[in-house]
Design a protein around this ligand. Structure first.
Ligand code: PLP
Length: 402
């Protein structure tokens, strides 16, 4: 018998619920079934939400001009400047040097975790949250602790729960605003309270993932960095959601460090960035056009999303066995399975729905074992007809399962 090579415990522990559920869906597709996929937050997978043409032209122009070489490791200077000026517009003094361009927010997270975390450290992240906040820290011997979002109050941040979980081992306090998967948008007073809590822990940096900022429907969104006078805040954003180009894999981190506490860790981040060379050069040109050429086009995309979200909320309200809070932003619904028997095992609910009705959503426990259980997340980006068909199938699945 051939002896198997062992996998590292690090890799074996990685889970990414959003794509893990695709494996059984592909099996069904291979058997000839058509699956309605409501699992991945990719606007390009659906009609009516294209990447803006001027960004595509800039990307193509860069290719034609042979801008195909390596870029500087921290990003094209023109792009870093444009990102910094967008942050200044958001209310804090960001300079070109404070910005690092990465292959998506996801790469920024890997770099940040690698530079900040030692064995025994903690990341305090919202429960529920986007899965990499749980998956990556353990690779460095650290762990993620979740703070509670209130399921009965629009998934508002439970500040008392944060207070009770803070200690000196919390190196990173994460806010995802608007939140994926719940859509909650934090108010400025909640953000101020969060900063005030972090202020008592000098080793704590706030990570503010603002990748859905342009898809805030409350009108209340504020940049976390703009509210902090002392606590370091690293803002994350990119082209994937608000610029409708997730396949370009371009994101950034912008460092606000008013008291210059992060010089050593920043040196570590720069070393890591140099060692992975650079982010895609032509894609950075595409993003630059997005930042420089105005966002008048965005209103159209926002209203398409709003319409699809509203339709989905209205359908869920009519299904006995499902409930949902209205989200403040982003394009997901985090749906509560209100039937107690079906809610017991949300992964089984999702897999049964997939096998019986060919609709793919993601189990809530994949976003938080503690706070997401008994829910599922669906992406509300498909056209109304596809959403209508999905809800018809969900409704009959629930009726037949009771
Ligand atoms: N952050 C959040 C909160 C997300 O929901 C996602 C994708 O769904 C990402 C980051 C991924 O960002 P990127 O495509 O820039 O890696």
């Amino acid at each position: 018998m051939v002896e198997q090579v062992d996998v590292s415990a690090r890799a074996a522990a990685i889970e990414y619920a959003i794509r893990d559920v695709v494996v059984p869906a592909i099996e069904l597709e291979n058997q000839g079934h058509e699956i309605i996929r409501l699992n991945i937050g990719d606007p390009l997978a659906y009609q009516g939400l294209p990447t803006p043409k001027h960004m595509i032209s800039a990307y193509k122009k860069a290719l034609d001009a042979q801008e195909n070489g390596y870029a500087p490791s921290y990003g094209l200077p023109s792009l870093r400047r444009a990102i910094a000026s967008a942050q200044v517009g958001n209310g804090w003094p960001c300079s070109e040097e404070d910005v690092y361009v990465t292959h998506g927010v996801t790469e920024a997270l890997q770099v940040i975790f690698a530079a900040f975390l030692e064995i025994g450290d903690k990341v305090l992240a919202p429960g529920p949250h986007y899965p990499p906040y749980m998956a990556y820290p353990q690779m460095y011997g650290a762990s993620t602790v979740e703070y509670r979002l209130d399921p009965d109050d629009g998934w508002r941040i439970d500040l008392d729960d944060i207070r009770s979980k803070m200690d000196d081992s919390v190196k990173l306090l994460v806010l995802i605003n608007p939140n994926n998967p719940t859509g909650n948008v934090a108010t400025s007073s909640e953000i101020d309270a969060l900063i005030e809590i972090a202020q008592n822990f000098p080793k704590c940096t706030i990570i503010s993932d603002e990748i859905y900022d342009g898809l805030d429907f409350t009108g209340n969104i504020v940049s976390v960095a703009s509210r902090s006078k002392q606590v370091p805040v690293i803002t994350l954003n990119g082209v994937s959601k608000v610029y409708f180009a997730p396949g370009w894999r371009i994101g950034y981190m912008a460092w606000h460090d008013p008291q210059r506490r992060l010089s050593a860790v920043r040196d570590g981040v720069e070393r890591l960035l140099r060692s992975r060379l650079c982010a895609s050069t032509p894609a950075q040109h595409g993003f630059l056009a997005g930042l420089n050429d105005g966002t008048g086009w965005l209103e159209g995309h926002r209203s398409v999303i709003r319409e699809r979200l509203d339709y989905s909320l209205q359908r869920i309200a009519g299904i006995d066995g499902l409930e949902c809070q209205s989200p403040g932003g982003a394009f997901y619904l985090f749906v509560r399975i209100s039937d107690p028997i079906l809610a017991k095992d949300d992964k089984k609910f999702v897999l049964d729905l997939l096998h019986k009705k060919h609709v793919l959503v993601v189990h809530g426990s994949g976003f938080s074992p503690e706070f997401g259980n008994g829910h599922f997340r669906m992406v509300c980006l498909p056209e109304i007809e596809t959403l209508a068909e999905s809800f018809d199938r969900m409704e009959s699945f629930i009726t037949e399962s009771k």
